[in-house]
Write a protein that binds this ligand. Structure first.
Ligand SMILES: NC(=O)c1ccc[n+]([C@@H]2O[C@H](COP(=O)([O-])OP(=O)(O)OC[C@H]3O[C@@H](n4cnc5c(N)ncnc54)[C@H](OP(=O)(O)O)[C@@H]3O)[C@@H](O)[C@H]2O)c1
Length: 288
């Protein structure tokens, strides 16, 4: 699925590699010859994907166990990876979730916003120097077309002042991913590192395989009608590997085609969102 691109010697980290889209992306990159690093919150599930890749003749992936709802764990995990002294040529920020009911992360943030967006921001920036030193390198951020229905209030990013809705929380986190991608691309111009956002389209995955009435209904629909993860993974793999996208950055892709993300071309909103996010995750990003 890497379109014949030889990924030997390339180190690729995939977050949320234990299920659905992330697992399919990891298997595909490994089939192209890449050295995988599987990031997941469940050690046994990571080990199962590790065995699967080795069993298919791929190089044995490294494993990083990390709960992306915790900034402390993200910092620990990034430090662990950096201590391996390995390059990082591709980072696929795939992990995602949605909660039927409001939940707070360990750090006190709305959990879907924390896992889908704040974690992506923090992990990427903690690894960024290593990624830059590994250039040419690519960062792929998994968003979703649901972002088209979202609105971000910079004074109330987690929408605490509004009644919780799972679709609202999910789509807001994915809109923040689109802005983050564009702003990071702007800051990385000329560095040899590109960053693009993707919507994999519908994926037959475990995202709604949870307790709750709405989740059960959504899960039934997903399992019956959504395409298999292997098919959905094509766009992320294309963005991570295709020679056609050399130097292309700041874009939004669906079904292996660039599309207009429908956000204001003015970069001021993205820059302000960046500053607020940096404060939320407690990171100094002045040098980025
Ligand atoms: N399904 C769709 O139709 C669809 C459409 C557009 C975009 N997407 C996006 O695609 C991405 C992958 O989702 P999926 O549909 O493949 O769902 P999935 O099967 O539930 O996979 C989600 C992955 O994220 C991991 N994850 C969730 N919370 C985590 C946490 N706190 N710490 C570490 N890892 C965590 C999960 O780990 P566990 O295995 O331990 O649960 C799993 O590996 C998400 O960003 C999602 O928003 C999905």
């Amino acid at each position: 699925m890497t379109g014949g691109t030889d990924l030997s010697g390339k180190t690729c980290m995939v977050t949320g590699a234990t299920s659905g889209h992330g697992r399919a992306v990891a298997l595909s990159l490994a089939a192209g010859g890449a050295d995988l690093v599987l990031l997941g919150r469940n050690k046994d599930k990571c080990a199962a994907v590790q065995r699967e890749i080795s069993g298919r003749g791929g190089r044995r992936p490294g494993i990083l166990v990390c709960d992306l709802s915790s900034l402390t764990d993200i910092r620990r995990c990034a430090a662990e990876f950096l201590s391996w002294n390995r390059p990082l040529h591709m980072l696929v920020n795939n992990a995602g979730q949605v909660n039927e009911r409001f939940r707070e992360s360990a750090d006190g943030f709305e959990e879907t916003f924390a896992v889908n967006y704040l974690a992506m921001f923090a992990l990427t920036l903690l690894l960024l120097e290593r990624i830059k030193r590994s250039a040419p390198a690519r960062i792929i951020n998994v968003s979703s077309d649901t972002h088209y229905m979202a609105y971000l209030d910079l004074d109330d990013l987690e929408a605490r002042r509004r009644r919780y809705s799972f679709m609202g929380a999910y789509s807001r986190s994915k809109l923040a991913v689109v802005y983050f991608t564009r702003e990071l691309a702007r800051r990385l111009a000329g560095s040899g590192v590109t960053v693009n956002a993707v919507d994999p389209g519908p994926v037959r995955s475990n995202i709604a395989n949870k307790p709750g009435v709405l989740a059960r209904m959504a899960n039934a629909l997903i399992q019956c009608t959504f395409p298999k993860p292997e098919k959905a993974a094509r766009t992320a793999v294309y963005c991570a590997t295709s020679p056609d996208l050399e130097g292309a950055s700041g874009g939004y892709y669906r079904f292996m085609k660039k599309k207009d993300p429908g956000v204001s071309p003015d970069s001021e909103f993205g820059a302000r969102l960046w500053d607020i996010t940096a404060r939320m995750v407690g990171m100094d990003t002045d040098n980025i």
